[in-house]
Design a protein around this ligand. Structure first.
Ligand code: MN
Length: 130
């Protein structure tokens, strides 16, 4: 079980990610803005952060900049959630310093599996689809 912070302003996408993470025994935390997400990151000490790039207020790149600039938060891996069609977004996200990316639309068959390699050792193996 891992605490995973989701920063996503699209409710449909957020609901799907929450559902899938809970189904695999993880503990998702939802935030609709980058500002709220950074507060939650300090408060809840997540093992992993998934962050949409386009958000109201600060965007995903600014969330990344603030996260990696904060000694209390910089060790937490952060993945960009990027639209599948926006091929350039992926390269730009990785170049900016995201640890990886998850394509949108979310693929329910592979989503949780894709996160496993970014979680601490052993965490994913303990999780079963319920
Ligand atoms: Mn968005």
């Amino acid at each position: 079980m891992a605490t995973i912070l989701l920063i996503e302003d699209n409710p449909t996408n957020l609901d799907l990610m929450v559902y899938l993470l809970q189904a695999f025994g993880h503990r998702p935390i939802s935030c609709g803005t980058g500002e709220d997400g950074l507060v939650a990151a300090l408060r809840d000490d997540p093992s992993l952060i998934l962050c949409d790039l386009q958000l109201p207020g600060i965007d995903g790149y600014e969330v990344l900049r603030r996260l990696k600039g904060d000694p209390r938060l910089q060790r937490i891996p952060i993945l960009a959630v990027t639209a599948l069609a926006m091929v350039g977004d992926r390269d730009r996200a990785l170049a900016a310093g995201f640890d990886g990316y998850i394509p949108k639309p979310i693929d329910p068959e592979t989503f949780v599996e894709e996160l496993a390699r970014f979680l601490p050792d052993g965490v994913s193996q303990q999780c079963q689809r319920s």
